[in-house]
Design a binder for this molecule. Structure first.
Ligand SMILES: Nc1ncnc2c1ncn2[C@@H]1O[C@H](COP(=O)(O)OP(=O)(O)OP(=O)(O)O)[C@@H](O)[C@H]1O
Length: 364
């Protein structure tokens, strides 16, 4: 940390740190440094660009930043890569009734919804160039015009962005507007990868067990012994905390109420070295690949245990797919249903049955 930063963070607000601690689990040096930086920048209006590998917790950092900001409005998240380019403008800016075929009523866009709060533009590197120009204008004038609207509306929101792309090189190559890049990259924040903070794994697992018990107080959590924790620390975690969460969800089904050993980690929970096959977004994979991945684990567990609770296993897979589809589509149930190739009503029924709400999914 530079001298300037040391001076800035020496006076951090402990209340803000505790808000950040509740959301961002981890006491490693890398996480503590990140939380100190966030506590300084949270109450300001500076646009923040969150950088980091896939699954590292960029969206969670945005949530933490919003909660610690003291802003009274909502946190509104838009995944620019998940919304078709031709719909993104009206999603962000809203539209007036009759603005285009199918616009049978006025719709308030996400930017207006973030009034007084925080607008999180995830995967901003995937935003079409024409829309980038419109966003730049909003950031400069703090006004928007709904699609098909005449008047301008004042907007007050804090912008947080994230991307998996190398935006600086995209800007140099003309794939991303460099003026917008400089406007949004006022405060870059880098989230450390899980392999840089393996000390945090036990705490994160503890939090996951706590969350599982909140959801289902009768669930018997798996217990990771010291050997298992050492095996988890030695793993390379290319999918970061999302990969850890997926591993935990397997453990919760396959080792409910039982001890997880190093052997179980290596042979069942993280069977291939490096685990490069772990999906960043399980929902984007073909069903046969999901089945293939889990098949090895199921075969091993059947050999070791003689049985597996099929209903609970299938329920877990359904929950994971619905969770991932809702996240991928920014909480929109109709789009999530399309992603899962289900009728909207079927998805709603399944969500009710599994006690999944889009609000809970988007908050986690
Ligand atoms: N420090 C943490 N403590 C607890 N859970 C975490 C932490 N960091 C990430 N997670 C969990 O890991 C999962 C992935 O996090 P998130 O979606 O924020 O990652 P991301 O960096 O935005 O991923 P992507 O680049 O793919 O969009 C989420 O379930 C999140 O709750």
């Amino acid at each position: 940390m530079t001298q300037i930063w040391q001076t800035a963070v020496s006076d951090v607000d402990t209340k803000k740190i505790s808000v950040l601690d509740r959301i961002l689990i981890g006491r490693s040096a890398a996480m503590q440094q990140l939380k100190q930086v966030l506590s300084v920048v949270a109450p300001t209006e500076a646009p923040v660009m969150v950088q980091g590998e896939t699954g590292v917790g960029k969206e969670l950092v945005c949530e933490a930043l919003h909660k610690a900001s003291g802003r009274s409005g909502d946190l509104v998240a838009v995944n620019c890569a998940a919304i078709p380019a031709d719909l993104l403008e009206s999603e962000l800016f809203g539209h007036e009734k009759g603005a285009f075929t199918g616009a049978d009523q006025r719709r308030i866009g996400r930017i207006e919804q973030a009034q007084g709060g925080t607008l999180f533009l995830d995967e901003i590197g995937d935003m079409p160039l024409a829309l980038q120009a419109k966003l730049l204008r909003v950031l400069e004038t703090r006004r928007i015009q709904r699609v098909g609207g005449r008047g301008e509306i004042d907007v007050d929101f804090r912008l947080v962005t994230a991307t998996h792309r190398a935006l600086a090189s995209d800007a140099e190559a003309g794939r991303f507007r460099s003026d917008l890049y400089f406007r949004i990259n006022v405060f870059p924040v880098s989230v450390p990868s899980l392999s840089q903070r393996t000390d945090d794994i036990p705490l994160i697992l503890e939090a996951m067990i706590g969350r599982q018990q909140d959801r289902n107080p009768d669930a018997m959590p798996p217990h990771f012994n010291q050997g298992a924790l050492r095996a988890l620390s030695a793993h390379s975690w290319p999918g970061n905390v999302r990969e850890l969460r997926n591993m935990f969800e397997r453990a919760a089904v396959l080792f409910a109420g039982r001890v997880v050993t190093a052997e179980a980690v290596q042979n069942v929970l993280l069977p291939s070295q490096g685990m490069t096959s772990v999906p960043a977004e399980p929902v984007t994979m073909q069903p046969t690949i999901i089945a293939g991945d889990d098949q090895d684990a199921i075969r091993t567990i059947l050999e070791a245990e003689g049985s597996v609770d099929m209903r609970s296993y299938l329920r877990d897979i359904e929950e994971r797919l619905i969770d991932a589809a809702l996240r991928k589509n920014g909480g929109c149930v109709s789009q999530a249903a399309r992603t899962l190739r289900l009728q909207r009503t079927t998805l709603i029924e399944k969500m009710k049955k599994l006690s999944i709400t889009r609000e809970a999914v988007m908050m986690n």
